[in-house]
Design a protein around this ligand. Structure first.
Ligand SMILES: [Fe+2]
Length: 171
């Protein structure tokens, strides 16, 4: 394997596992949330993460990537206990610190992608941009539905994304 294809495989592994962790983590935070708009927003984040790992799955399978569920569930547990006790404004501030670097990381992965994977990696970049936009809107207009609408619009406009909206009962 060339250096580039090894780097690409490592990047897909990290992204695929990250999306699996993200869906479980935000879904569980949503299930535990007692505040209506936050519950809906956390479910929408989980929907976006779910959509993204479903899109990455065929690439991960082609590359022979096998994620270790026990390992990533431990990460979910650890991050759950960290995030669950956090106040919502702090959670959003943390998202604004932690999420934007992924856009550059996924852009770099796009440069390594074979032509047939380019569309999928573009969605990977776009989903992170949508999540960062969500966090910025929520930061500036906390408690409104504008941030939630940004994620719903992303799912509506993304191929197969409408299925996630149906799954979570939003259509
Ligand atoms: Fe993600």
């Amino acid at each position: 394997m060339s250096v580039d294809s090894t780097a690409y495989r490592d990047g897909i592994l990290a992204a695929y596992q990250g999306e699996l962790i993200g869906e479980s983590l935000y879904r569980e935070l949503a299930n535990r949330s007692m505040v209506g708009d936050r519950k809906a927003k956390l479910h929408a984040i989980a929907d976006v993460e779910r959509h993204t790992h479903c899109k990455l799955k065929p690439i991960a399978e082609r590359l022979g990537i096998n994620v270790n569920e026990a390992q990533w569930m431990r990460v979910v547990e650890r991050r759950l206990s960290e995030l669950e006790s956090m106040a919502w404004p702090d959670f959003i501030d943390k998202a604004l610190r932690d999420w934007p670097p992924y856009i550059a990381r996924f852009e770099a992965l796009k440069q390594l992608a074979p032509a047939g994977d380019a569309d999928t990696i573009k969605w990977l970049v776009d989903h992170e941009a949508a999540l960062v936009a969500f966090a910025r809107i929520e930061h500036d207009d906390m408690g409104s539905n504008a941030s939630l609408r940004r994620l719903q619009t992303y799912l509506e406009e993304t191929p197969d994304g409408r299925r996630e909206l149906r799954t979570s009962g939003k259509l």
